[in-house]
Design a protein around this ligand. Sequence first.
Ligand SMILES: [Zn+2]
Length: 561
Amino acid sequence: MLDIAIRGGLIVDGTGLPAYRGDVGVLGGRIVSVGGRAGDAASEIDAAGRAVAPGFVDPHTHFDAQLFFDPHATPAMEHGITTVVTGNCSLSLAPLRTDQREPFSRMFRLIEEMPAEAFAEGVDWRWGEDFGAMVSALAADLAVNLAPLVGHSVLRMYVMGDEANQRAATPDEVGRMADVLRACLDAGAVGLSTSFVDIDESFRPVPSRWAAHSELEALCAALGERGRMLQIVHEFFDPSLSVSRVEMLGDLSRSYGIPTTLSPLFHNEATPGAVEQVLAAVEAQWRTGARVWPQVQSRPIDISFTLDQRSLMFLVIPGWWQVTSLPTHAERLAAFADHATSEQLVGHLDALASSPAPRLDPGQFVVREVVLERNRDLVGRTLADIAAERRTTPGRLLVDLAVQEDLGTWFVRADIGHRDPVAVGAMLAHPQVHVGASDGGAHVGSFATYGDTGYLLSRFVRGTGALSLEAAVKKITHDPCVIWGIGGRGLLAAGYAADAVVFDPATVDRGPEIAAHDFPGDGIRWIRRSVGVDAVVVNGALTWTAAAGYTPARAGVVATR
Ligand SMILES: [Zn+2]
């Protein structure tokens, strides 16, 4: 008797080969039959008129903290995500010494925009300091599968202490880092992540940015002993620097026999030709036998914000980061309401907007939500439009409206990029592009990092047809498992782990971006519910259904252990 029989679905098995109708049989956490008619089962899923695919893999997430209070990585699970890669961008919760928790937490909360209360209440450090112990603590109560990266910044802090973001490492320290990395890989790490762009609370480059190239080479040599992944966040805003990083990754990949990935690669009208330039460099590296995978997300980029919380985009406007970082609401409101301060802040914003190639144009900001009934008709309008009517500037209007509404107004900046469906579709379909870069679990107050798979299947399969259903499913199942060396997953095939998603190819989508109040502490996060997904199975356990929601199943494992 089977545990689960998924009956009569369109089997999209992850290989990219044409889909066909049949049953999928599951027993003891594994797939035992694909196609044909499965035998009797304790539990039946009627998949008539639905597609059945392997569970989706999200290769770029920051669920590290969230998984300690939310074993499903909600709402990623209900979109069909059954495996997440954590620890991206040089930041993982281990290995970390007790006295480094506070500085690390500040850095993680800043870079990944995680509310302080959620982090403080949700992460209890119950595992101590060790990477393997951290992974085991997570695995004890996990509904989604985990493939954890070790963060290079964290590795440096562990070996070099306070000097991790002050200097290059000595040969002895590099040797110790490589040893610690080996121990992490033995404990299930899927690779190493490093960052070339991020800064910490004191505006200093994060520790990984202080590494000499020889340090990175030594760590890649350790990765090479296990054939494990190097992930980097590169200077994505600069095409020439991005090309240099692609070439650097090609060198490391060839020298040490490792796969490498860089994220994110965006399409942006402001830098025409940039994507072509970077992809040409990627193709050149592949021709030499290197593995360099640029990650591309499916969704357009927009940022929602209020003046009552800091947002990474304020970093580029003089004064704004400092004011929005003030500890209390009363202090932030007082600063924006103060005539002299607000004159200065608005002046800096207007100056930025009137520069020859503005990186930020408040006139394009749209009013998203208002507090006061009398402002209701402003929702959906640009600040440029409203400011012209009121004979003021967009910057002045932004501050005045926010102050009038006790800083409760939500604005959205939707002009950032990745909005051309033809260009983005071609990127997603490119054979050397890795579909990912969701940033799941990060930037929770700025935008929803969930539902990118639903958007891929609705917008680029059903909508523009840039990818066939089979090709799109392969891109988010089998491909990431091969790219990351996650064995025994990513296909509907006998003997494979039974991670599966049942969805309706005619309706699958991401829901609208909505505010949720489900994190520890106050504050909101932006989420999207799934549309057209019926059921999600993780290691043979029914973990989410559209009818009943999340089940008590906790079948997630460390997929790389
Ligand atoms: Zn990231």
